[in-house]
Design a protein around this ligand. Structure first.
Ligand code: MLT
Length: 430
């Protein structure tokens, strides 16, 4: 028998039945029977904004899949660009499709000279890289005015390739701008991550040779960050894209959402916390403070995972491989011990607080030589593929309209305008 819920309106005694499909009830069915009664759901905690076939997440079981493929298998066997293709097209590419895709993305890694000379160079020396990324990506809309034609699949595809190709270049230029180093242009002979590392770190050597272990580690981290269903920045991408804004402005909005410390900036907060803890001996005291509500255990817990974030498990393993090359980041030992103690403590077990993707990633990035303000950029580059896949899915979904939630008005009742001379102190307080 099909599952359903029966709702009775006690004002009228009228009952109606709503089918449960894929664990969801349709809000349209609800509003057909109860027009003018809204769901109050701050932060959309229980509202599905869309149907999506891109990533599957089971937070209770700690499962993440892209287009049906387990994240563990993709991290083990795939490359970032192959995963990007999968997210965007729904299927893994053949060798010929992959080669053509890689070539196209590589071709589009260069950015217009005006972006570099007039735009990036105009930033103050200590401008935050996320601010530089956000505004530079938004500015690209003015270089590709045809991008506004979002209804044309060919135009959309062209911008998708450009955005995936140019993100590492803009990111690396932003990085070097802060250090006052000359910009290194893309090298089309290198893979996506090796080219990015080359643009970041090449100094006087004629050819920068990234360590294969480190470039593979970055590749794995990029795969793990490529998509994550309806997270805050993806929701921004879909909401802004639903107005049919061009993909550069829309991606800039997603970058803005990612820049917040509750989203992409969380791994930086983990490093600060580990620094404050300082040594393994201080962990029990720190845990007590967390339990007393005096501080937060950063990198633990997630809105949708009530189990170990599968990405964190992979990152923890990658960290050990990275340290073989870079030397051990002493923070890892504090982090591992912190995890061990927290996961054996009833307080954290009861609340289903487990390490998330941010718990170990900052430790790796720091060991690789990245400064903390660049960590969020390292999230944004790979997430671009997910954002664009979700944007395209939203645009081609006949059910989607411009995002327009309702509100519950809590302000003043109707009142008459008071001329300024006649006003006393009449601050409206909530
Ligand atoms: C993400 O990967 O976007 C983060 O884990 C945040 C989220 O999914 O809400």
């Amino acid at each position: 028998m099909a599952e359903s819920i029966t709702i009775t309106d006690n004002r009228t005694g009228e009952s109606f039945e709503v089918p449960i499909v894929d664990g969801t009830v349709s809000a349209q069915q609800w509003s057909k029977h109860l027009p003018g009664i809204w769901f109050l759901d701050p932060a959309l905690v229980t509202t599905a904004m869309s149907e999506s076939a891109i990533s599957y997440l089971d937070g209770e079981a700690g499962i993440l899949r892209y287009r049906g493929y387990p994240i563990e298998q993709l991290a083990e066997q795939s490359t970032y660009l192959e995963v990007a293709y999968l997210l965007l097209n729904g299927e893994l590419p053949t060798q010929a499709e992959l080669s053509a895709w890689v070539e196209e993305v590589t071709h589009h890694t260069f950015i217009h000279e005006n972006v570099r000379k007039r735009f990036l160079e105009g930033f103050h020396y200590d401008a935050h890289p996320m601010g530089m990324m956000m505004s530079t990506i938004a500015a690209l809309a003015t270089f590709y005015p045809e991008a506004r034609n979002i209804a044309d699949p060919n135009v959309r595809y062209q911008q998708i390739v450009r955005l995936i190709g140019k993100m590492p270049t803009v990111a690396a230029f932003a990085y070097r701008h802060r250090l006052g180093l000359p910009y290194i242009y893309p090298d089309p002979e290198l893979s996506y991550t090796k080219n990015y590392m080359n643009m970041l770190w090449r100094r006087t050597e004629p050819k920068y040779m990234a360590s294969p272990v480190l470039s593979r580690a970055l590749e794995v981290l990029f795969i793990l960050h490529a998509d994550h269903e309806q997270n805050c920045s993806t929701n921004a991408m879909r909401a802004v894209g639903s107005s049919q804004a061009d993909p550069y402005s829309t991606t800039a909005a997603a970058i803005a959402a990612l820049s917040g410390p509750l989203h992409g900036g969380a791994n930086e907060a983990v490093l600060r916390m580990l620094d404050e803890i300082g040594s393994k001996d201080n962990i029990p005291g720190f845990i007590e403070q967390v339990k007393a509500g005096k501080c937060k255990l950063m990198g633990f817990g997630h809105r949708v995972y009530k189990n170990y974030d599968p990405r964190a498990r992979i990152i923890k393993r990658v960290a050990e491989e990275v340290f073989e090359v870079t030397g051990r980041n002493p923070k890892i030992d504090i982090a591992v011990e912190l995890e061990r103690i927290a996961l054996s403590d009833e307080y954290f077990i009861k609340r289903k607080l487990y390490p998330n993707v941010d718990f170990y990633s900052g430790i790796i990035y720091q060991a690789m030589g990245f400064t903390p303000d660049h960590f969020t950029v390292l999230f944004g580059i790979p997430r671009t593929a997910g954002w664009l896949a979700q944007w395209q899915e939203m645009l081609t979904d006949p059910e989607q309209k411009i995002a327009r939630p309702r509100q519950v008005y809590t302000g003043a009742e109707k009142r008459d305008f008071v001329p300024i001379e006649a006003r006393g102190h009449q601050l409206v307080t909530a």
